[in-house]
Ligand binder design. Sequence first.
Ligand code: SF4
Ligand code: SF4
Length: 371
Amino acid sequence: MQAAPGDSFVISSPAPLIGALVGAGWRVIGPQEVDGTIAYEELRTADDLPRGRTDDQEAGHYRLTEGRPEAWFDYVVGPQSWKKWLYPSRRKLWSATKTADGFEIDDRAEDYPKTAFFGVRPCEIAAIERQDAVFDNGSFTDTDYARRRAATLIVAVQCARSAATCFCASMNTGPHAEEGFDLALTELDPDGDHRFLLQIGSAQGAALADGLPLRDATGDDHATARLAAAHAAAQQTRRLPADIAPRLKGKEDHPGWQAVAEKCLHCANCTLACPTCFCSDVEDTNDLTGDHTERWRVWDSCFSLDFSYIHGGAVRQDPAARYRQWLTHKLSSWHDQFGSSGCVGCGRCIAWCPVGIDITEEAAVIARDDG
Ligand code: SF4
Ligand code: SF4
């Protein structure tokens, strides 16, 4: 069957697609159950997927539980995001080793074979696009990020259910994506006529689809996919208002910042789990002999006191100022910098905050006109 971008087909399961990717030499990264969560690790076959599992998420709460036994994708996002692979938490920038006549510098890039991200959710496509705008935007290019991104194929999975923490519908980043993928799967009717709608998003995706056991998609297949997306959107009770960015401006002295700071532990979980947060630090380490030194880039967070350290001390000493920096950058000044929100509504910062601080609730308090 000859496929082209924009076409849709039906496939009976994700297994032939994963098999075709592995057979074509792609490293396939996708969801797996690791330590009771959904993590993105290398898949060898479709059997590695956490089939039959679902998630229960709330503020400060995440559990993987038994779901519908036949369903392949009945969970949504876990604590990890794809930035683990495109923008690793620790990356060696270079090392230097003493030689007889100086130092030998090693700045070879870490190996990144051509890689298929399998199971990218719509909000995660949006998050990758947010990081694209940071790391490869025409005036600045992080060469390591750009190299990884160029070697990455995206196989999306459209959401048919939402967790209680999801609010992508109000951010226009989900639960259904129309672009930003090479291929996209929608799981249809896992309890009945179980099948997947396969959308072709690029020429590379079309080439991979050729040779798969497909049939043409019918009007009923498309209608079932639309219902699944509408069901996922209707499940969402959290939201951010569309005009949140201007409503957060000029609220530097709102008492809500102190109120949230009294709960916040400054643990930085929210920034580490967030798929768009991108701040980093650089660390130098030397061995005891002085013969070898290394420079590493590591994720950092605006919640750490040292993050705003300049000569003489940290600019944001007050925990309230650190929370304010995070929330207003994410939801307001990100628009000024990059032309979009820095939040895609994935809900990770809500589920993985140990004290259950909810960005949608805090933003609503601060944005109120009586502040
Ligand atoms: S701020 Fe929270 S909800 Fe928004 S993208 Fe980051 S982790 Fe997801
Ligand atoms: S908001 Fe929650 S996750 Fe973020 S630093 Fe504070 S306690 Fe940690």
